[in-house]
Design a protein around this ligand. Structure first.
Ligand code: MEV
Length: 440
């Protein structure tokens, strides 16, 4: 939690000044912040202990989304992402949502499912009965595989038996439901599956097949709701009521068409993945869970929808979120540890709500842009900044050069180089810095 996540003018100050501001509002030691970001937070020697065949490391921008308020708490939200405008869009949309009190979040307990596949089960129904009758014994066996987790208050909670396929498939699947506390839980849950597999096969009079977690962790969901006043959605050219109609129309499009739903959800994952990566979590797992959940009805659907409520816009998002605040990458990656520090070292559930808020804010920004000016204007303005930097612009000249090439509708390194020359050599009146798009 931060003192405040509302920092007007943040995008206009230098990287150093931003660090000072963030250290102050989050209560992080400046020395710790700087050391954690050194070299992207990971040295090649450490990376070498982490994965195989290492040659070096690969850096990405580490930014923060502002204005995020969830369940009455403020968060400065770390985001690691290469795509221009994602951080700005999330911050801008979070500011609109903040105007109506922020996000309301509800998070399920951290329950993951360990799957054990049983094959050659001649009589699946009788096998199911035998397994269910030994429920307590199986859960105790599962707990013995994860003693540390049990000490921390987690462990096996439930057992489910599912018969899948046709009778001739002779297949049963047993789910052990495990409370993973603040861990994402993949290793714990895989360990449980391996520990109970042989015993389950014996009880089923069958063979043990695969033993692995399921990434469709629909017992570990996050639900988010927000509302936005029409006047906060208005643009220069469109009043807020028309913007609400446009956003509801965008939502309906995604609800009716899987082709659009995939892109709508990509916009949500822009925000979510950036926080998941910043906090050292497994974004492929979160992605797999999100898309499997989106397709649960048999038809791929949007994870977030938007409706009108009187004069206001209301958004809701529901999706699985397998995410942790202990273990894994966090042991070795200093920038990931810093990300958690900036968030006030949240529980896994609290972090799930922060990820979801970044996702819903990103989605609102995207559908608002699509329902009004179109996405290219904002994207181009921010892309122009990277082009200006690539052409050699530094400091405040970046914004000026970006604004000039946007105005000239020629966003190329050559045009940016010409703009730098113009700035250097003359007293030509400079275009407004605002047109390059702000992130706060
Ligand atoms: C681009 O990264 C994401 C969008 O395509 C999302 C959307 O269309 O809703 C803008």
């Amino acid at each position: 939690m931060a003192k405040t996540s509302r920092l007007p003018g943040f995008h206009k100050v230098s990287v150093q000044q931003r660090r000072t501001l963030v250290a102050d509002v989050t209560g992080t030691e400046m020395a710790e912040l700087e050391a954690s970001l050194e070299g992207g937070g990971l040295e090649a020697e450490v990376a070498d202990k982490f994965v195989e065949n290492v040659l070096g490391t690969y850096a990405l921008p580490f930014g923060v989304a502002l204005n995020v308020r969830i369940n009455s708490k403020d968060y400065v939200v770390p985001m690691v992402v290469e795509e221009p405008s994602v951080v700005a869009a999330a911050s801008n949309a979070a500011r609109m949502i903040r105007g109506s009190g922020g996000f309301l979040a509800e998070v399920d307990p951290p329950l993951m499912v360990s799957q054990v596949q049983l094959t050659n089960v001649r009589d699946p129904r009788a096998a199911e009965e035998r397994i269910l009758a030994r429920r307590e014994e199986i859960l105790a066996l599962a707990d013995r595989a994860v003693p540390g987790l049990v000490v921390r208050g987690g462990g096996a909670r439930d057992l489910e038996v599912r018969s899948i396929g046709a009778p001739e498939d002779e297949m049963l699947v047993v789910h052990i439901v495990v409370d993973c506390q603040d861990a994402m839980g993949a290793n714990l849950v895989n360990g449980v599956a391996e520990a109970v597999g042989a015993h389950l096969a014996e009880l089923a009079h069958g063979h043990v097949g695969l033993r692995i977690l399921s990434n469709l962790c629909d017992k570990r969901k996050v639900r988010l709701r927000c509302s936005v006043a029409a006047e906060d959605l208005a643009t220069e050219d469109m009043d807020g009521q028309r913007v609400i109609d446009g956003i509801v129309n965008a939502s309906r499009f995604a609800e009716l068409d899987p082709y659009r739903a995939a892109t709508h959800n990509k916009g949500i994952m822009n925000g979510i993945d950036a926080v998941v990566i910043a906090t050292g979590n497994d974004w492929r797992a979160v992605e797999a869970g999100a898309h499997a959940y989106a397709a649960r009805s048999g038809r791929y659907a949007p994870l977030a929808i938007w409706r009108r409520d009187g004069e206001r816009l209301v958004g809701t998002l529901e999706m699985p979120m397998a995410i942790g605040t202990v273990g894994g990458t966090l042991r070795v990656h200093r920038a990931a540890r810093l990300a958690l520090l900036l968030l006030g070292v949240p529980s896994a559930g609290e972090l799930a709500s922060v990820c979801a808020a970044a996702g819903l804010a990103s989605n609102l920004a995207a559908v608002r842009a699509l329902a009004t000016d179109g996405i290219q204007r904002g994207h181009m303005a921010l892309h122009a900044r990277s082009v200006a930097i690539a052409a050699g612009a530094k400091g405040t000249a970046v914004e000026r050069v970006a604004a000039m090439i946007v105005e000239a509708r020629d966003i190329t390194v050559e045009a940016a180089k010409r703009a730098i020359e113009v700035l250097r050599g003359s007293d030509v009146p400079l275009p407004s810095e605002e047109s390059a798009g702000g992130a706060d």
